[in-house]
Design a protein. Structure first.
Length: 255
């Protein structure tokens, strides 16, 4: 089984039977398929080396597949580079922090809309992301480098939404964040989904990511090991032992 399919709705992005890798090495992805409908979070989990980040690179146009197809809104975009993928509505938020620290939050966010020639549309999108991520609006004139790690990540989310993308690709959004900031970031992922954006998420904190996602997809050696509703994967004790860091800690009894 190499497929990770969402509900039977029109998908914003699909990777179909993709093989992909680096140079002359053996392929990392070996016939991988995934479909992400609008307003859905699909989470890719699995051990290091399973191919999760490679999926995002292919989806963003940073790595051309050797075989297979990439469809965005039903249109074949196989082989398109990152600029064309962004123009088609696919935005990537990199792991780690990618804000420009010496620029204000406003300047960072507006960079995400540099392709928007309509000033009124750019203003509407800026107002939208400020409402969606309140801390962005509150710190609009602050230097981005003065924000906490979790706040900087929200700036990156806001920047990615400036072009009104169909799909946002998130690569390890909780990396380096403390538990409180991590919780805030996943709350913001839910806000993006509820605003109608399709989200394809790669995350090492598999249990927390599946608690947020609608659909989970477990990768192993470049193939889909199992996929289904995220809640079902969380409830599977065997998957918990193999891929999710064991069973969740039991809450102490109430005295």
């Amino acid at each position: 089984m190499n497929e990770c399919w969402g509900p039977t709705l029109v998908s914003e992005i699909e990777l179909v039977d993709v093989q992909a890798g680096y140079g002359r090495a053996a392929p990392v992805l070996r016939g991988f398929s995934v479909a992400v409908p609008a307003g859905t979070v699909v989470c890719l989990v699995g051990p290091n080396g399973a191919g999760k980040s490679t999926v995002l690179k292919v989806a963003a146009g940073l790595l051309a597949p050797r075989t297979g197809r990439i469809l965005v809104g039903g249109q074949d975009m196989t082989g398109a580079g990152p600029q064309k993928m962004l123009a088609q509505g696919v935005a990537l938020v990199l792991q780690g922090h990618s804000v420009f620290r010496e620029m204000t939050v406003e300047e960072n966010v507006l960079l995400g809309g540099y392709t928007l020639t309509d000033k009124s549309k750019r203003a509407r999108r800026a107002a939208f992301v400020k409402e969606l991520f309140p801390v962005v609006g509150e710190r609009w004139h602050s230097l981005a480098g003065l924000l906490s790690g979790g706040q900087q990540k929200q700036v990156e989310f806001a920047r990615s939404l400036m072009v009104d993308p169909k799909v946002v690709l998130l690569d390890e959004p909780s990396m380096g964040l403390d538990p409180k900031a991590t919780s805030t970031i996943f709350d913001q992922v839910v806000r993006m989904r509820d605003a109608g954006t399709a989200v394809l998420l790669v995350e090492q904190n598999a249990r927390r990511a599946l608690e947020t996602a609608d659909l989970g997809c477990v990768l192993d050696l470049g193939r889909v090991h199992i996929s289904g509703p995220a809640a079902d994967l969380l409830a599977d004790p065997q998957l918990g032992e193999l891929y999710l860091g064991g069973r969740p800690a039991e809450k102490p009894p109430v005295p």
